[in-house]
Design a protein around this ligand. Structure first.
Ligand SMILES: Cc1cc2nc3c(=O)[nH]c(=O)nc-3n(C[C@H](O)[C@H](O)[C@H](O)COP(=O)(O)OP(=O)(O)OC[C@H]3O[C@@H](n4cnc5c(N)ncnc54)[C@H](O)[C@@H]3O)c2cc1C
Length: 322
């Protein structure tokens, strides 16, 4: 890469990801009169869901509509939206070079809001029903399934925990362990006490449009209105790790309370940081990160003018710094 590969563009901030975290960060930075590039790498994590619940003033809104409204909110601001993912990032002194499509742009700051990817169990027919009949969060999809015939998929402590939780939305909950389980005797007694039967037969496949049909290896078919599970998750993008952002043991990007990562000049927000995974919370962490990022720009500009605040937010350091 040579200097000539860069376009003319220098942004105050490049935001990677246009889910709730990235969109809210963009609206905050736009309102702070920053020149922002928002890279929209694809649909948000809940794109397969019919509606998002627990969203202030927008309860039960389809995720696609939430995104459209979020993008419309950006119109008054100097925020450029490009429907392309970031492909590569390089640190260039105090700046960052970001490649999207074939073009490079430069940014004074980066804000990752690239989310997580759900890794679903490899049961034939499950993935196709994700977000419709197969869910992960009762706060998101419990209400439409209240008093319905619910199944929980899980073979150890997490299955036990999720089944007991989901029981608050319906009296009809069955725990499916999909073969041998690791439940303790105490956990079995707990489930029995609250009326949750445990089915330990392996699952062959799932089918059904309006209801979920679970075909077991022994030939039986169970019918449920919905199934809940706890998917494994991985980072939505490899870029944070590639530029050196520290991750925790669950592969979440480590951030301080303001969303600063361990790499100077780089913030992260939303699901990818281990924040509680809800739309409104992702948006809230996007706001906090944007405010913190903007504060460092204000301080930098004041410094360049030869003035100074009492204390620079840069001095507080990111998560990796003392
Ligand atoms: C099926 C389902 C249903 C849900 N229902 C609800 C609900 O009802 N209520 C609720 O509060 N929460 C719900 N959630 C959780 C909610 O969707 C997430 O908490 C929220 O979307 C997280 O927002 P985010 O901005 O952190 O990440 P995401 O929404 O995942 O957005 C990240 C974005 O970054 C993009 N991206 C990735 N890599 C790059 C790159 N290199 N460059 C540019 N962009 C990139 C991705 O394409 C994606 O668009 C649900 C989740 C799922 C899976």
């Amino acid at each position: 890469m040579t200097g000539q590969d860069f376009g003319e563009d220098l942004y105050d901030a490049v935001i990677l990801g246009a889910g709730p975290a990235g969109l809210n960060a963009a609206v905050v930075l736009g309102g702070a009169r920053r020149r922002v590039l928002l890279l929209d790498g694809g649909p948000p994590r809940n794109a397969r869901a019919t509606a998002a619940h627990g969203v202030f003033t927008r309860d039960c809104t389809p995720p696609g509509d939430l995104k459209r409204l979020g993008l419309e909110d950006l119109e008054p601001y100097d925020v450029t939206v490009r429907a392309t993912p970031a492909r590569e990032i390089r640190c260039e002194g105090d700046l960052f070079a970001v490649r999207c499509d074939q073009a490079w742009v430069r940014a004074r700051r980066l804000l990752f809001a690239t989310g997580v990817r759900d890794v679903l169990p490899r049961i034939p027919g499950l993935r196709e029903r994700w977000g419709r009949l197969v869910h992960h969060c009762p706060y998101c999809d419990g209400w439409p399934n209240r008093e319905a015939r619910l199944a929980v998929l899980g073979s150890h402590q997490e299955g036990h925990h999720l089944a007991l939780s989901v029981r608050a939305w319906s009296d009809h909950v069955t725990l499916l362990t999909d073969g041998p389980d690791e439940l303790t005797d105490k956990q079995r007694r707990d489930l029995d006490r609250v009326g949750i039967p445990v089915v330990t037969t392996s699952i062959r496949r799932m089918s059904g449009q309006d209801t979920l049909r679970v075909h077991l290896q022994d030939g039986r078919t169970l019918e449920h209105d919905a199934l809940f599970l706890n998917p494994t998750q991985v980072q939505g993008s490899r870029l944070p790790a590639l530029i050196g952002c520290e991750l925790n043991e669950k592969s979440r990007v480590l951030v301080n309370e303001n969303g600063m990562t361990s790499v100077r000049g780089v913030w992260a927000a939303g699901d990818m940081t281990g924040a509680q995974q809800y739309v409104v919370n992702a948006a809230a962490t996007g706001m906090l990160a944007a405010v913190s990022l903007n504060t460092t720009l204000i301080h930098e500009n004041v410094r360049r003018a030869g003035a100074a605040f009492h204390k620079s937010p840069d001095e507080a350091g990111g998560v990796g710094e003392a």
